[in-house]
Design a protein around this ligand. Structure first.
Ligand code: SF4
Length: 420
């Protein structure tokens, strides 16, 4: 039922390390899904017009009456002095909180323009906290110099950890933002399995921020949360190593790690997960005929690459040409790395031109990459999948396994239609 694991193998895997030009979004991108998750939070980017533009265009597909993010534009006109920039920031916060009294949690999100780097946003958050009782003001960096794409969520959640109260009760904490529908499915499954107390980080409302303590065990729902995990461990919580919950096997292994830890009877666990697992397998069988034997190349983007490659190889029979990832956390990814086929090329970091040369040489059936690389590759006759779609779509758990497979099958079907 569970996949045979050899986590120690991951320590020996040869990894190609690249330090060249990168082609990834910055950590501000995380705001797009985080602001939908924590419903009484607001993300105020302290940045430039470029940052505002990135957010607008990344969120452009969604229409909001009252978006829960915005940008305080700190530009040259504010450079008369730092005091001016701080005044400008205070003014924007004052206007925002007067207009939006429902905001209970305000994140000041740092960016990379030099005017912003000079601002001490930690001190600004402290100063502002004193002025607005009832609103918690925190800060983190989404700067493109310090963070890529999904690391913004890691920085955001790590900033929440010191705010968590001390908790002595036994509990399971699911760490990483999931769409509400997926979170609800997991909560139901854990309740049926027999784990009574389950909390999530982030919570849906700031007031529901869970506690943490030595009796807290946590499962990572996302593989890009290294800083958050470290911060939770520093508060006494213990990480439960597991494959990430993609597909029938990944989801089973992830749930099983918690069931084992909480002393759940093995037969009961198997019986409880069996219907969902079977549904997932049936949904995957439907796509396996299209995907089996097809080759795929992951450019480094979201840090989801290793668990997704594991899923595609082990559960759908795809051939992995290369798994590129911006950062390889060998500890958190140990089980997924161990389940990759032998000899798969793993690369960490990026040298975009060299990697594109390898894509062109291999001519994989599908390349998973950022938006900026997709069009040029498509023009060269290569099928692509936007990595960002995999982060925005509900893809975790048994019920989403078929949808996840379809995200990879769709571009191949489209290509087949075009070439018929
Ligand atoms: Fe660009 Fe930096 Fe702003 Fe991100 S934080 S949008 S990389 S200027």
């Amino acid at each position: 039922m569970t996949v045979a694991l050899a986590p120690e193998r991951s320590a020996e895997l040869p990894v190609l390390r690249e330090r060249g030009q990168r082609e990834v979004f910055c950590g501000l991108t995380g705001i797009i899904w985080l602001h939908r998750k924590v419903q009484d939070a607001f993300f105020l980017v302290v940045g430039s017009r470029t940052c505002a533009h990135l957010l607008q265009s990344a969120a452009g597909v969604m229409v909001f009456a009252e978006p829960r993010f915005g940008t305080a534009i700190i530009e040259e006109r504010d450079l008369a002095g730092l005091a001016d920039a701080n005044e400008e920031l205070d003014k924007v916060v004052r206007q925002l909180l007067a207009r939006r009294p429902e905001i209970k949690l305000l994140f000041l999100v740092g960016s990379c323009p030099s005017e912003v780097i000079k601002l001490d946003l930690g001190r600004a958050a402290q100063r502002l906290n004193g002025s607005y009782p009832g609103v918690k003001i925190l800060n983190y960096s989404g700067s493109g110099i310090e963070t890529t794409f999904t690391q913004g969520e890691d920085a955001c959640l790590a900033a929440l950890v010191p705010e968590m109260r001390e908790e002595v009760a036994d509990q399971l904490l699911i760490v990483g933002s999931l769409p509400d529908v997926v979170e609800d499915q997991f909560r139901r499954l854990f309740a049926d399995i027999g784990i009574r107390r389950v909390e999530t980080l982030p919570p849906r409302r700031a007031k529901d921020l869970p506690g943490v303590g030595p009796a807290t065990r946590f499962l990572l729902a996302q593989p890009f949360l290294g800083d958050t995990a470290r911060a939770l461990e520093a508060r006494g919580a213990r990480h439960l190593p597991a494959m990430f919950p993609f597909g029938a096997e990944g989801t089973t292994a992830w749930l099983h790690a918690a069931a084992r830890e909480f002393g759940i009877d093995e037969m009961h666990f198997r019986a409880t997960v069996a219907p969902g697992r079977e549904r997932a397998k049936r949904a995957l069988a439907h796509h396996a005929s299209r995907l089996a034997g097809k080759s795929i190349f992951f450019m480094p983007d979201s840090q989801l690459e290793v668990p997704l490659a594991r899923f595609l190889a082990a559960e759908l029979g795809m051939t992995i040409v290369e798994v590129g990832t911006p950062y390889l956390h060998r500890g958190h990814l140990a089980d997924d790395l161990a389940a990759l086929p032998d000899g798969v090329q793993i690369s960490e970091g990026q040298d975009v031109d060299r990697q594109l040369d390898r894509v062109r040489a291999a001519r994989p059936d599908l390349t998973v990459c950022g938006l900026g690389l997709a069009n040029p590759l498509e023009r060269e006759g290569l099928s692509t999948k936007w990595a960002i779609e995999l982060v925005f779509s509900p893809v975790h758990g048994f019920e989403q396994a078929g949808d996840l497979a379809e995200l990879f099958a769709r571009p191949l079907v489209r290509r087949d239609r075009l070439t018929v």
